[in-house]
Ligand binder design. Structure first.
Ligand code: NAD
Length: 506
């Protein structure tokens, strides 16, 4: 069993053009959460390597920024083709390296393909405004220019999609990219880089060799990247702890950051809700990816009129969900990423009990042939109040049940956590739905009606507020974060405006 996961991973990497010598024999061991076995061993970069890498990225940027936008888009179109051709390979590698079920691994690659399509169109639409000048004989407009090398730091749980949101946009915007993936998932990062290099080869001489560079390593290597003043933008996705370490360092050198951090997402369930829809939406959002999504549903806030029925139906649904091997068809919940994640889940459930909660589920599921993996039993926890543990993001399948009758009270409870990523309401009452989406409603970056908080599309700007970092990646006008804006004024009148003309007698 152990040999076969390693062999499969190595085979998939080879199919995507990653040289075997790069993924074996190194000092950083890569293990699969499926069974804890070693699937690769890579060589990390040192913090002292970062300076030279940034210099190469700068040189690549200086060439790439002169390539016309639509031609830059052609590179991303070619990347999309590579991803289509290797969707199964990369999706399975995501499953083996980070443990999400195969359909979610494939879904992640589909998201990459989708953002490539989006970015190809965007490459012809990097346009600014023309602005009516207040001065006679003057024209004013804004121009968007490439920014420079972009540092992308990503988390283990979306090992490839987050990179593609950032990279597809950054490359069509004329930037070069240095990617520091999670040290837990370097293999998928190497595969993505290899596929992009293939696309660069197909594009030809327009693509400078160091347009994309990979920086394998832990937070210390990340910090060297974060501190380098030649990197004008750091886009970092991960825990709030990481964001709080990164943000002040980038700010200290007056750099720019896009931060995508933790979530503690709620759904409000109102008396008019379609409960069939709500139960399905809640289960998908709460136990999908074993609760290891930034948008995972962690709290439901239910009206007392429907609370008992909903809790009963959720208990029945939870009883039918079994964690299992994520490579096997039909598995809905795979393993947690590592032993510490499982210990964190256990500790959170113990704290919930101590704070007055009633816990259904929890503990470790045994999966035949995968005994060394940490497979969680999803937990439903009835809480008397929104206590300290409910206000904490635990990266595991724990769903807390709270009760609130009044809509304003429910919204206040939802908003009363430090994280502000995603949120939802289940209701068939138009006034409640619109109130939830209004200025006095959800304070999150994502607010949904009759659909759970997870499963965002690439077309919208993805990101949250408060402790979530306030950043936006992916669709909408998020591309503006990867460019610099210049305002240009042209005087075609042959005269200076009065206010400037009278000042000097020269
Ligand atoms: P993490 O914060 O432990 O690591 C994320 C990345 O940051 C890794 O590449 C890590 O090496 C790097 N890092 C850590 N400390 C650093 C430092 N001081 N300087 C520079 N880089 C540093 O997160 P994780 O455990 O990999 O992922 C889970 C967390 O990520 C959860 O909190 C989840 O909500 C969040 N997440 C958020 C989003 C989002 O879009 N909002 C998406 C995915 C994951």
């Amino acid at each position: 069993m152990t040999a076969s996961l390693a062999a499969t991973a190595q085979d998939l990497l080879a199919r995507m053009g990653v040289d075997a010598s790069l993924v074996t024999g190194g000092p950083l061991t890569v293990t699969s959460p499926i069974d804890g076995s070693e699937i690769g061993a890579v060589t990390p970069s040192a913090a002292s390597d970062v300076s030279a890498l940034v210099a190469r990225s700068q040189a690549a940027f200086q060439a790439w920024r002169q390539v016309p936008g639509p031609r830059r888009g052609e590179l991303i179109r070619l990347l999309g083709e590579e991803l289509r051709a290797h969707k199964d390979d990369l999706g399975r590698l995501v499953t083996i390296e980070c443990g999400k079920i195969v359909s979610e691994g494939l879904g992640e690659v589909q998201e990459m393909i989708d953002i490539c399509d989006f970015a190809v169109g965007l490459s012809r639409q990097l346009h600014g405004l023309t602005i009516a000048s207040e001065r006679p004989g003057h024209a004013m407009r804004e121009t968007w220019h490439p920014l420079g090398p972009v540092g992308v730091i990503s988390a283990f749980n979306f090992p490839v999609a987050v990179w593609s949101w950032n990279t597809a946009l950054a490359l069509v915007c004329g930037d070069s990219v240095i990617w520091k993936p999670s040290e837990i998932t370097p293999l998928t990062a190497m595969a993505c880089t290899s596929l992009l290099k293939r696309a660069m080869d197909k594009l030809g001489a327009d693509a400078p060799a160091d347009l994309i560079q990979l920086l394998i390593g832990d937070g210390a290597v990340g910090e060297a990247l974060v501190d380098d003043p030649r990197v004008p933008l750091i886009s970092a996705t991960g825990s709030t702890r990481m964001g709080k370490a990164v943000a002040p360092r980038v700010a200290a050198r007056l750099g720019r950051s896009i931060l995508e951090l933790g979530g503690n997402n709620a759904a409000i369930i109102r008396p008019t809700a379609d409960l069939d829809l709500a139960v399905r939406g809640i289960c998908f959002s709460a136990v999908g990816t074993a609760g290891q999504r930034c948008t995972s549903l962690r709290r439901i806030i239910v009206h007392s009129a429907i609370r008992d029925e909903l809790v009963q139906r959720l208990k029945t649904a939870y009883a039918s969900i079994r964690a299992g091997d994520p490579l096997v068809d039909g598995t809905l919940v795979g393993p947690l990423i590592h032993e510490k994640a499982f210990a964190d889940m256990d500790a959170a459930l113990a704290q919930a009990k101590a704070e007055g909660g009633t816990v259904h589920g929890g503990g470790r599921a045994q999966v035949a042939g995968r005994e060394a993996g940490f497979y969680p039993v999803p937990a439903l926890v009835e809480m008397p109040a929104q206590t300290a543990i409910v206000e904490t993001e635990t990266f595991a399948p724990i769903l807390y049940v709270l009760t609130a009758d009044n809509l304003d009270e429910a919204i206040a409870l939802q908003n009363a956590v430090p994280q502000g990523l995603s949120s939802s309401i289940f209701t068939n009452d138009l006034r409640e739905a619109e109130t939830f989406l209004s200025a006095v409603g959800s304070d999150c970056g994502i607010a949904n009606v009759n659909i759970g908080p997870s499963g965002a599309e690439i077309g919208g700007a993805f990101g949250g507020e408060k402790d979530t970092g306030g950043g936006r990646e992916s669709g909408s006008d998020a591309w503006k974060g990867y460019m610099r804006r210049a305002t240009n004024t042209v005087n075609y009148s042959g005269a200076l405006p009065l206010a400037q003309g009278v000042k000097f007698d020269i």
